[in-house]
Design a protein around this ligand. Structure first.
Ligand code: MG
Length: 461
């Protein structure tokens, strides 16, 4: 019998996700892992797979289910333990693995967990592969191995060491200079997997570290999404300790958020911009980001005469486009930085190292260094809207708003070059809602754009 998925389990491009309890059970997760192992074999992949997880309390239970599922179809598994998601992807590369699973619900609250599925390329499954796997999962009964052909489980405790080592070797970093500057860094890992890598990486970069919530036990003391409004405690720590900068990561350590030396949370919009500045000033080249990322990355790309390419929202869409463009850096406005000479996935430890290099080289305070770049206001909202009327809505918006450019690769994005403003109208893939995101140098203009779009959408239905 193929696996029957409960209705409240979310199956998407990135994997399966649900609340621990009735929907995220070890039985179900073992079934998904068995199907994934069997599908990889069908796809002609051999070799072991990698399993790693963040610090959630459900991680050991679901992790063991993943191991058992793989073993049951005769696939060997290397368990890398509690590590950042980018560390799992790097381990897939290192071991030449057939694929992998990261057990993490990323920035979602503690009661959630999820499986993120990884291909032999050391990247998440793309849209096509994930559709193929979903079809397999819901229609096929994976062939189980007999008693003498079960997969073996081994552990690899060195994945974090290799990750830190690879970052220290990055040609974009001047570690000696960082060691001389001895930056004082305040760190908040929200009791996620960041505690196993961030303090150590920062110390290896010569920083003095003061930290909160580095115990990787999954008891998140606040909303674990590292947006500015959740970083008051880190701001306090920066002020109390006199730190040069504050850094916060999400539970699976692929997003980095910034706090200035005054303790003001700047959020995640600047992370990619500052990391990109460090890379592009040495090696100008294509920068790829998504359609909803702040325009400040465009300013950075312009400053270093580098082309900026925007891909549809979704990490794998950005990563795939980076391959096509031969990009030198890429990422998302949510603090996710992708440095292709390490790997094609969002990596907060890499982002932290690049941002610290930026601050070190600026030879001033972080708030002044950040003010080298224009600041913008982003306004986001969502409205309910029927999918079948979207085309009509796009036409109405294009006609009314008179933009300089329009992009329809992921909803509708309109931009006004001289005003340095844009509006992205993006339908949800799963619900009859549309997200409206606008950015402009002045909050009033961004708010007016969202309000006008909302009005136009209401006029269509
Ligand atoms: Mg994450």
């Amino acid at each position: 019998m193929p696996l029957r998925l409960p209705d409240d389990l979310m199956v998407s491009v990135s994997g399966v996700r649900g609340r621990v309890g009735p929907s995220m059970t070890p039985e179900l997760i073992a079934g998904v892992a068995a199907a994934f192992g069997s599908w990889l074999l069908d796809e002609g992949q051999d070799g072991p797979v990698i399993m790693g997880r963040d610090s959630r309390t459900s991680g050991p239970m679901l992790g063991r289910a993943v191991l058992a599922g793989f073993q049951s179809v005769g696939v060997d598994v290397i368990d890398v333990g509690i590590v950042p998601t980018p560390t799992v992807l790097l381990a897939v590369d290192h071991h030449g693995a057939a694929g992998g699973i990261a057990v993490t619900a990323s920035h979602n609250p503690a009661e959630w967990n999820a499986l993120k599925l990884i291909s032999s390329e050391g990247m998440f499954l793309d849209g096509e592969a994930s559709l193929a796997f979903r079809e397999y999962l819901t229609t096929q009964d994976p062939e189980r191995a007999p008693w003498d052909e079960l997969g073996e489980v081994t552990s690899d405790p060195s994945a974090v060491d290799r990750h830190v080592g690879a970052i220290l070797e990055l040609p974009q970093l001047d570690v000696e200079r960082l060691e001389r500057r001895k930056l004082k860094v305040a760190l908040d890992c929200v009791r996620g997997a960041g505690g196993v890598i961030m303090p150590r990486l920062l110390e290896d970069l010569g920083c003095e570290v003061v930290s909160i919530h580095t115990e990787p036990d999954g008891f998140f003391p606040r909303d674990p999404e590292p947006t500015a409004e959740h970083l008051a405690e880190l701001g306090e720590l920066v002020r109390e300790s006199g730190a040069d900068i504050g850094l916060a990561v999400d539970p699976d350590v692929d997003r980095l958020s910034l706090v200035d030396e005054k303790g003001t949370p700047l959020g995640e919009d600047l992370t990619l911009a500052l990391a990109a500045a460090v890379v592009l000033r040495e090696t100008p080249g294509p920068l790829v980001t998504n359609l909803s990322t702040s325009r400040v990355v465009e300013d950075v790309a312009d400053a270093y005469e580098s082309p900026l390419v925007r891909a549809p929202v979704g990490e794998i869409n950005v990563a795939r486009r980076m391959q096509v463009e031969d990009a030198v850096i890429g990422g998302e406005g949510n603090g996710g930085v992708i440095l292709p000479n390490l790997h094609l996935t969002r990596d907060a430890p890499v982002a932290a190292a690049l941002v610290l290099q930026y601050l070190c080289d600026a030879e001033t305070t972080f708030s002044r260094a950040a003010a080298d770049w224009p600041s913008y206001a982003i306004v986001k909202t969502k409205v309910s809207f029927p999918r079948e009327q979207l085309e009509g809505a796009y036409t109405a918006l294009v006609e009314d708003l008179d933009a300089d450019t329009e992009d329809r690769t992921d909803g509708l994005r309109l931009a006004w070059a001289k005003e340095r403003a844009w509006l992205h109208v993006r339908p949800s893939g799963t619900e009859p809602i549309v997200r409206l995101i606008a950015e402009a140098p002045e909050a009033e203009r961004a708010e007016a754009l969202v309000a006008r779009a909302d009005e136009l959408l209401k006029g269509v239905v």
